[in-house]
Each structure stands twice: as C-alpha cells, then as structure tokens.
Design a protein around this ligand. Structure first.
Ligand SMILES: [Zn+2]
Ligand SMILES: [Zn+2]
Length: 212
C-alpha cells in the first residue's frame, strides 16, 4: 500500500493518493482544486483511479473533481447529507473569492460502514458529521498499519470549525469520540489541512477532546 499526501489549492487542502502499485489502481481522497498536481502524481505512479472520495463538500476539497473525473472515468462520491453543499458551490466560491468550479457527477456512495475497493485496497467509510452534516473519515489498513483520512473533522491539536453551513460542535465531538477515538493509538491521522498526527497523540494531548 502506497500512501502520499500533498497540499492543493490556495487553502492548502490535503489531497491523498492511496495506491496498490502492483495492481496499478488508486483511490484519490479530496482532489481539492489543483488538477495538474494530482494528475502529475498519478502519472508518476502509473496508476489508474478507480474511486474518488471526499471527506466533505467544502469547495477547497472538491474544486477539481469534475476534471479528474473526466480524465479517469472514476465515480466520485460524497455523503448524501452534504448534497446541499454541492448545490451551494456558487455561494462557497463567492465566500472564498474564487470562480465557480465545474460540477462533477457526484454519487452518494459514502455510507457509514461501507467499504470501497481499488485493486487490493479496501477503504472503510465512517460517517463523522459535525464539521458538515456529511463529513466522512476513511480508514485503510495495510502493511500492518492503519491510516485514517479525517478531513476537517480532526487536526493536530485541534478540531474542525463548526460555524459554517450545517456545522455543529456537539456533533463533531460525538463523531470524534465515538468513531475516531475507537481506532488504535498508532493509527496515523491524515488531516484536512496541515500536519498529520496519530489517534494516540490526539487522545492524550488534544485539549478540545477533554471530557468536561
Ligand atoms: Zn471544510
Ligand atoms: Zn478544508
């Protein structure tokens, strides 16, 4: 299992490519807004994209999905509870001050407990609402390690903001405590922006997660 993460777009969204290099198949998590960068990495790895998934439907995470989908033919998925945010793309674009991206054909394959496959990879879907109603985290296990792609739900030493459309503070805390903190301490957390962390570090040190 090959995993690489790099930042895309002006807001520094973390895009990840999870690849089975033997089968030459890949999953793209949050392509964000820089198709050229994502495409270059896929070419360098020489992999075909089977699945495009989004941790949530804020513009900085979904901006170039239509281009990537056109180039790869892969299904692109969000959680159904974020569908309204995809309709709000023009409003999101105005807020950030960018142009309105082209619309992808988003399905709603992100269902809690479901597994998506590419080559020998299996990506587990956890519905972790709070940052947005349809926020999801993705879990992959390979080579004896667990990695979770938490989007803007959990950051190193912080949690996602809940003051945007449909955000809810109690809900994000419940998602983190019941879903993410049930993962093993050594699970690596790829966050939506900025550095990675581990479940154990956040359990021990993240002051937003202290029980009152
Ligand atoms: Zn967000
Ligand atoms: Zn974000």
């Amino acid at each position: 299992m090959h995993v690489e993460t790099f930042s895309v777009g002006p807001l520094g969204c973390n895009c990840s490519i999870i690849a089975d290099l033997e089968a030459r198949r890949a999953i793209v998590v949050d392509p964000g807004g820089d198709y050229d960068k994502v495409h270059a990495r896929l070419q360098a790895l020489d992999v075909k994209v089977d699945v495009i998934v989004h941790t949530h439907t804020h513009l900085d995470h979904v901006g170039c999905t239509a281009e990537l989908q056109r180039a790869t033919g892969a299904p692109a998925s969000i959680h159904d509870a974020d569908r309204f945010l995809y309709r709000l793309l023009p409003v999101q674009a105005a807020l950030i001050g960018t142009s309105i991206p082209e619309r992808a054909d988003m399905d709603d394959a992100l269902v809690d407990g479901r597994a998506l496959r590419a080559g020998g990879l299996e990506l587990g879907v956890l519905h972790t609402p709070g940052h947005t109603p349809g926020s999801c985290s993705f879990v992959v296990t390979g080579d004896g390690r667990t990695q979770v792609f938490a989007g803007d739900t959990l950051f190193r030493g912080s949690i996602g903001r809940t003051d945007l459309w449909g955000g809810d503070h109690d809900t994000i805390l419940r998602s983190i405590h019941t879903k993410l903190l049930s993962l093993p301490d050594d699970a690596v957390v790829v966050t939506g922006h900025g550095p990675s962390t581990t479940i154990g570090d956040e359990r021990a040190k993240n002051s937003f997660l202290r029980r009152r």
